[in-house]
Design a protein around this ligand. Structure first.
Ligand code: SAM
Length: 268
């Protein structure tokens, strides 16, 4: 059997298509999602419906955002779930998730995401964090490690700082390649992201935090005195309670926010 063909559909590599077929893993993910009509439910990349079908068994309406025209069309005629779906044939990276929100509800977003765009998609989704109750995503395990990493760890970087600014990050489950068809070359993991009602370390200007994290981690091996010299003098770093000879992976989220707020003040 051609391992790239699943349920009569030939997996498209450019869309990061690896279809889940392990019932145990699917059950675990659906349990973690806790589908409910109390929320606006949203799935990114429903594909052939591995998660879509069991989620629809528990709720009456599900929004799905699927880029692949053929798969969106298949879902539109799916015998069991077509009447419960609002299908958006669109690119999730450009999609305005706020348009889906129903009055008085928050969103639950989930998906087994295409790994080729997962990091970029995370940054896009953080913009909607205030509207979201929780998010559950299957990602490359390495990306889950980066989301959850703390200072001092090799995996700690821009993605960790931005994710942890908005959300509590909870790794849920590790999943091997054999759970998918075709099997990806990498290990996978499911992560739960719980947006804070208000961030523990509020930034005056989120753009400043994004810029500082990008500039600091863009030159990981340099001290912050060097990588941030275009923004702060060594004296100013010291004044802010930071060691200018520290490297970006040594700074906590609170320290990144301190820098971001100092930058925002400089711009005023
Ligand atoms: N949910 C299915 C499953 O678990 O078997 C499919 C998962 S597959 C890893 C990723 C899905 O995301 C595919 O259906 C793919 O077509 C879709 N996809 C890829 N890029 C996308 C994008 N930019 N926006 C929305 N969907 C996308």
């Amino acid at each position: 059997m051609n391992s790239k063909v699943h349920q009569g559909h030939k997996a498209r590599k450019r869309f990061g298509q690896n279809f889940l077929h392990d019932d145990y893993v699917i059950d675990q993910i659906v349990d973690a999602i806790h589908p409910s009509d109390d929320y606006t439910m949203v799935e990114i990349g429903p594909g052939l419906g591995a998660l879509t079908v069991p989620v629809c068994e528990q709720i009456s309406r599900l929004n799905v955002v699927e880029l692949d025209r053929d798969l969106a069309a298949r879902l539109a005629t799916h015998p069991f779930i077509k009447d419960k779906l609002n299908i958006h044939q669109a690119d999730a990276m450009k999609f305005d998730f706020a348009t889906l929100l129903e009055p008085g509800k928050k969103m639950k977003i989930f998906g087994n995401l295409p790994y080729n765009i997962s990091t970029q998609l995370m940054f896009h989704l953080f913009e909607f964090a205030a509207l979201v109750e929780d998010m559950h995503f299957m990602l490359q395990k390495e990306v889950v490690n980066r989301l959850a990493a703390g200072p001092g760890s090799k995996a700690y970087g821009r993605l960790s700082v931005m994710a942890q600014y908005y959300c509590q990050v909870v790794p849920v489950l590790e999943v091997g390649p054999e759970a998918f068809r075709p099997a990806p070359k990498v290990e996978s993991a499911v992560v739960k992201l719980l947006p804070y009602a208000s961030p523990p370390f509020p930034a005056k200007d989120i753009g400043c935090l994004a810029r500082i994290a990008a500039d600091a981690f863009g030159q990981r091996r340099k001290t912050i005195r060097n990588s941030l010299q275009h923004l702060f003098s060594a004296d100013r770093l010291t004044e802010l309670g930071l060691d200018p000879s520290a490297r970006p992976e040594q700074l906590t989220l609170a320290q990144y926010v301190t820098l971001a707020n100092a930058l925002a003040q400089q711009k005023e």
